[in-house]
Design a binder for this molecule. Structure first.
Ligand code: PMP
Length: 348
């Protein structure tokens, strides 16, 4: 190592899912929505003259739209560049204790990366053999708690009783529920916001709103939490949200009918696909998300993953303890899923 290299902050980065460049790919590896964004978003003509100016540092229009949508006050909503940005900012803001933060051993694989980046001590708590989270694993003596609900990459939702139990035992630290997939199933913790000032609920436009490319995420919580997040944000980068994201994000929030319709389509396809997986000898935790986490009784997941890729069908495989015989398969269009099922039928 060069002497100056000792001063470099060393981290093992998160590995995002592949974004293949080749044509004709069936892309079921990063939980995007197979349907286009709402017609209002697609039609909105951007006023390019506006781009000469800095964007609104408060992203006020979008904050107002989201507050109205969820029946919250504007000072209870924080927006950021995808929920990854909101979550990273939340780690930096809220997890500032010498005690370890807690999250499940099988979960969103960015959590330990942020913890390492920000020098936050952490411990994982094993999910049980059915991938269920046991709330008694999260009792006191920690610097905060975070988990996704529904969980990723399992797709399994924890009941609101579990979330409430974790909150009851963690009144003195901040509890973050990452609801990236909540629109596809499960019970939101939003109803608990009025009872717990230390609860932060994080959402994204990337999955259920078909806007992964715009990069919009948001957090909801008490005014105290949102103020703390804004203080850190304005100490780091004031103009996180670009103008097109603010304007088009608002358009998306306006079209509730389209939003509900595309979610219902994804859920219908998921239910059909789960039946097909069962027929083919796969098992999986019942999904409440826009993906299914499946393992086969005899064919190794890695083999299926590699063979599928050769057929230009991309799914996600994690070479990690406990889950290295599973595939995480995003729900695509009916046609995508029929192609996948016929491929699986052949390989199995
Ligand atoms: N949380 C979870 C659980 C996720 O799976 C993802 C998607 N990778 C995110 C957050 C981040 O999504 P985005 O930054 O696109 O909002």
């Amino acid at each position: 190592m060069r002497p100056w290299e000792y001063n470099i902050r060393k981290v093992v980065p998160y590995t995002p899912g592949e974004q293949p460049k080749e044509a004709g790919v069936i892309k079921l590896n990063t939980n995007e929505n197979p349907y286009p964004p709402s017609p209002g978003v697609v039609e909105k003509k951007e006023n390019l003259e506006q781009l000469r100016l800095y964007s609104d540092p408060t992203a006020g229009e979008l904050v107002r739209a989201l507050a109205g949508y969820h029946g919250l006050d504007e000072d209870q909503v924080f927006v950021g560049v995808g929920s990854d940005d909101v979550l990273a900012m939340s780690f930096l803001t809220f997890f500032n204790s010498d005690k370890p933060i807690l999250f499940p051993d099988i979960t969103y694989s960015f959590y330990d990366v942020w913890a390492d980046l920000f020098r936050i001590p952490y411990e994982t708590r094993p999910l049980d053999t059915s991938f269920e989270l046991n709330p008694s694993d999260y009792e006191a003596g920690n610097g905060g708690v975070i988990f996704p609900n529904p969980n990723a990459p399992t797709g399994l939702a924890a009941g609101l009783d579990v979330v409430r139990d974790v909150l009851e035992h963690n009144r003195d630290v901040i509890v973050i529920i990452d609801e990236a997939y909540i629109d596809f199933g499960g019970e939101s913790a939003l109803t608990l916001l009025q009872d717990y000032e230390n609860l932060l609920v994080v959402r994204t436009f990337s999955k259920s709103r078909s806007l992964a490319g715009l990069r919009i995420g948001y957090a909801m919580g008490s005014t105290r939490l949102i103020k703390a997040l804004n203080d850190v944000k304005y100490s780091y980068n004031s103009y996180t949200m670009n103008t097109p994201s603010i304007v088009l994000g608002v358009e998306s929030v306006k079209d509730e009918a389209y939003f509900r319709d595309t979610i219902a389509r994804v859920v219908r396809t998921r239910e059909w696909f789960e039946q097909e997986l069962t027929r083919l000898g796969f098992s999986y935790p019942r999904s409440s998300a826009n993906f299914v986490f499946a393992t086969h009784e005899s064919v190794p997941a890695k083999e299926i993953f590699e063979a599928a890729k050769k057929e230009k069908i991309y799914v996600r495989y994690f070479d990690k303890p406990r889950i290295d015989n599973y595939l995480r398969i995003t729900i695509g269009t009916d046609e995508d899923m029929r192609t996948l099922v016929s491929f699986l039928g052949k390989i199995i």
